[in-house]
Design a protein around this ligand. Sequence first.
Ligand code: APR
Length: 266
Amino acid sequence: MRDRRPVGDLAALLGRCSAVAAFTGAGISTESGIPDFRSPGGVWTRYDPRDFTFSKYVGSRDVRLRAWAMRREFWATEPRPNAAHLALARLEAAGRSIGVVTQNIDGLHQAAGSATVAELHGTSREVMCIGAAPRVGTPDGCGFRASTRWAFDRIDGGEGDPACPSCGGLVKSATVSFGQNLFPGALEAAVDLLARADLVLAIGSSLQVHPAAGLPAAAARRGVPLVILNDEPTPLDVLATLVVRGRAGAVLPPAVDGVLAGRPVA
Ligand code: APR
């Protein structure tokens, strides 16, 4: 159903639920100044994702240097949670949401105060040892893990491609690159969260990348109401109980605040 009164219809659905699971993509963070991937000007319209696969990262110092430069560019903006992140945290604090499954690596849901966040694609706030020659797609490190600041300090100190201080292996952001397997337990945690939901609220995702996009689709096929709040159409719109075309930061906060105040929303 295409939405005529975006905020009101979203609030009406949220108001009937007490176990909302949010499923977010890069679009919820664009209003924090972080570009998404597939919109005009998005990351994959400026960089070729085939250049940043896990095996290329392992095999090429040049790719690692470019990947660190991308990370620096990303964190130089010092992104902060926006009104949409904060609205989801309020919904959880009020006991109406059971948490967030996110494809994002920016940590902004946690920074906004969300307590239960399943990070399907890891986090760029930390780095990890992936070993000297990990098998295809699977990090094989010694267990070393540090904040991304640790890596930037070494890069600023002239070590362009920081090595693991414990075993000398390669160091990579604790994210999942194309061609890399999800971290053990990440998919299970996300599946568990959505399995307990009485409504799945997909926000700011093109819902094109699997296995992530399969999670809201499976919930909808089980009969769980799916709401999609997105700037543009997605392949899962046909499964949605409600499609809200609009900006997350403009639509979500008034809907959540109306629900929490117990008042009708126009
Ligand atoms: N409000 C609502 N929707 C928005 C907003 C906004 N403020 N800004 C952008 N969007 C929408 C865009 O129209 C787009 O459909 O969010 C969607 C973002 O889609 P993608 O850029 O494909 O990002 P995402 O779905 O998170 O990508 C999934 O792909 O490259 C991999 O690992 C990467 O996690 C990422 C995955």
